[in-house]
Design a protein around this ligand. Structure first.
Ligand code: ZN
Length: 505
């Protein structure tokens, strides 16, 4: 074995141990959200904080520094996409970022965002932005410092924050797709409103037994390809998916007897994330090649299964007879077409997490247009409510009645997650662009869904997305798959076609 091979082996052994340690935190975190008795909170926080400290020590250790230097990790060309090069370069990227941040800043961000989230909870409850404003000011100042510490090349400070969640993305790249997407969506939403059609959504809030919702959801998640021999579905207040490692991926959802879509599409959404986790290359477990490439690509997988597959007419051609049998009292007098129209209801609403597939992206763009000037210093935190309401009116034709359901509705800013929002809308665009190629490769996908066949699409995603790990950045991955740079057009085309049919546009 050459020296370089030995060094590479030593590096991967180090990285794998760190991943194992991190996955122990994931188990504890999952348990905290699903099972933990209230009395166990403090002890659990101590456990998680100990593990976080150990992981941080390992990812900034002198041993890693030695290995990266000996492997000349800083100089591996970005274009080299062989697995070894990717593993070294991407692991070094994480190391470099972690060591650029002064320990004092890391601790201060952690302290302030913990307190700021508490302040946000009560400020939101009391609809009192002035109580949250000083915390938002502190968070923005710290995030600016973080951006300076990380660096942003020829770009702007916001790029450094965006890059945490969507490696390789910049404000420029995002603006170039968001601007035309926004124009198209505002006009589509207006056309839908002017159509005067409103599906009967009350059928979705009839009584749906929770036990039956659970079995029905598990059945659908299994059919689209989530493997329950290597996963579970449990209940959590804020649903998520957590891949612990090879052979163990946890999904969560929440049930409401009087709201069928919440748990059902929530389950499909998390199953989409889970299928990505289950599709990662196990040989590279714990290494960049065996890890998901970005939050945006992760979200593309969940949105693709939830919206493109799960809200399609053909999906329900297959599932609706079983749904009518399972929920006979709620659905026996509802036609397939009316059910399909109800689950695809589009209307402007205040709350992002409850928004439909069309208006959702507008909620994201609004946040993106506020975050950038905040970080640049061109917008003062105290002016956020006014700017929010002005943009909201412009995008949705509604003025939020208060800040609690306006600029204070999300936890992200109080938690320091500035730069995170764009990944949700990028996910929708990535999904549409890759789905177009999948359709060209696999023939008529809706026909397959109508027959209850989902495996060809799942396997296509396994090969083209999941098994590639971090081989490419998200932006590059989309180019490799489609031969084109990221564009808003496939998503607009999809939405226009689907909703023109549903609303008679
Ligand atoms: Zn998601």
């Amino acid at each position: 074995m050459t020296d370089r091979q030995q060094l590479y082996q030593d590096l991967t052994a180090e990285l794998r141990k760190t991943s194992l340690l991190g996955s122990c935190s994931a188990v504890l975190g999952w348990d905290e959200q699903t099972n933990l008795p209230p009395g166990g909170g403090e002890h659990r926080a101590n456990q998680l904080s100990l593990l976080a400290g150990l992981v941080h020590e390992r990812i900034t250790s002198p041993r890693l520094k030695e290995l990266f230097e000996a492997l000349d990790a800083a100089n591996i060309p970005a274009a080299d996409d062989t697995p070894k090069a990717v593993n070294i370069r991407e692991a070094y990227r994480d190391y470099d970022r972690a060591t650029k941040l002064p320990q004092k800043l890391v601790e201060e961000i952690s302290r302030v965002t913990t307190l700021s989230q508490q302040a946000w909870v009560s400020a939101r409850k009391n609809d009192d932005f002035s109580a949250f404003q000083p915390w938002l000011e502190k968070v923005v100042t710290l995030k600016r410092e973080e951006a300076q510490a990380i660096g942003y090349g020829d770009g702007i400070p916001y790029d450094a924050l965006l890059d945490i969640y969507e490696p390789g993305a910049t404000a420029d790249i995002v603006t170039n797709v968001f601007t035309p997407l926004r124009e198209e969506l505002v006009s589509l939403v207006a056309a839908i409103r002017e159509s005067g059609r409103q599906p009967d959504v009350d059928i979705l809030t009839r009584s749906y037994s929770i036990d039956k919702q659970r079995t029905f959801g598990i059945d659908a998640a299994t059919k689209i390809g989530f493997n329950f021999d290597e996963g579970r579905l449990d209940i959590a207040a804020h649903p998520f998916c957590s891949g612990f490692g090879p052979g163990d991926c946890r999904l969560t959802t929440r049930y409401d007897e009087h709201h069928f879509p919440g748990a059902f599409f929530g389950t499909l959404h998390e199953a989409g994330h889970g299928i990505y986790e289950q599709g990662l290359d196990r040989q590279h477990y714990g290494l960049p090649m065996g890890n998901s490439t970005s939050l945006g690509i992760h979200e593309s997988q969940s949105r693709l299964w939830e919206n493109f597959v799960g809200r399609s007419h053909e999906f329900w051609q297959h599932f609706y007879p079983a749904a009518q049998e399972t929920f006979a009292a709620a659905l026996s007098d509802v036609s397939l077409d009316n059910f399909h129209a109800a689950i695809n209801d589009v209307r402007p609403s205040l709350i992002r997490v409850e928004a439909d597939e069309v208006t959702y992206n507008l909620h994201i763009m609004l946040r993106f247009e506020i975050e950038q000037p905040l970080i640049a210093g061109d917008l003062q935190p105290g002016d956020v409510p006014a700017v929010w309401n002005e943009k909201f009116l412009q995008f949705f034709g509604i003025t939020p009645p208060n800040d609690a359901d306006g600029c204070m509705q999300d936890v992200h800013w109080s938690a320091g997650l500035i730069g995170y929002f764009p990944t949700y809308a990028l996910g929708n665009m990535y999904a549409a662009q890759m789905y177009e190629v999948a359709e060209a490769d696999l023939g008529n996908l809706p026909d397959q869904f109508a027959r209850g066949e989902f495996s060809r699409l799942k396997e296509w995603l396994n090969v083209n997305v999941h098994r590639r790990g971090k081989q490419y950045s998200a932006n590059r991955l989309i180019e490799v798959i489609s031969g084109q740079p990221l564009s808003h057009e496939p998503l607009v085309k999809r939405l226009r076609q689907k909703y023109s049919a549903l609303y008679g546009l």
